[in-house]
Ligand binder design. Sequence first.
Ligand code: SF4
Length: 118
Amino acid sequence: MNPNDRMTRRQWLGVSVTAAAGLAGASAVAATTTRTAAAALPHLDEKDAQAAALHYVHDAKLVDPKKNPTYKPGQHCANCLQLTGKAGDAWRPCNIFPKHLVAATGWCSVWAKKPGTA
Ligand code: SF4
């Protein structure tokens, strides 16, 4: 190796700091892109074929317990294991309906308690 090609410690640190800043920036862009993509999803229609098949409703208080014997008061999307996105948002992504947002107040027959929720 030619001694003139060697990086000084200062040059190496400069490259490392630049690379770390680039990775942090890329990560922030990816997170923003994911949030933006989720926000761009349409709201799930209760009449959507999959939604209807899973008895999805926007308001869990309107669930008919006779038709949905697994439903218990207090169950809703916001305390379901399948809900993702930002806590507090009225409409959020759900793993079961990946092309739509569901109402945080909603419910469907796939509901499963999210650990740590009431
Ligand atoms: S799977 Fe959970 S979060 Fe998704 S619609 Fe059904 S109850 Fe709501």
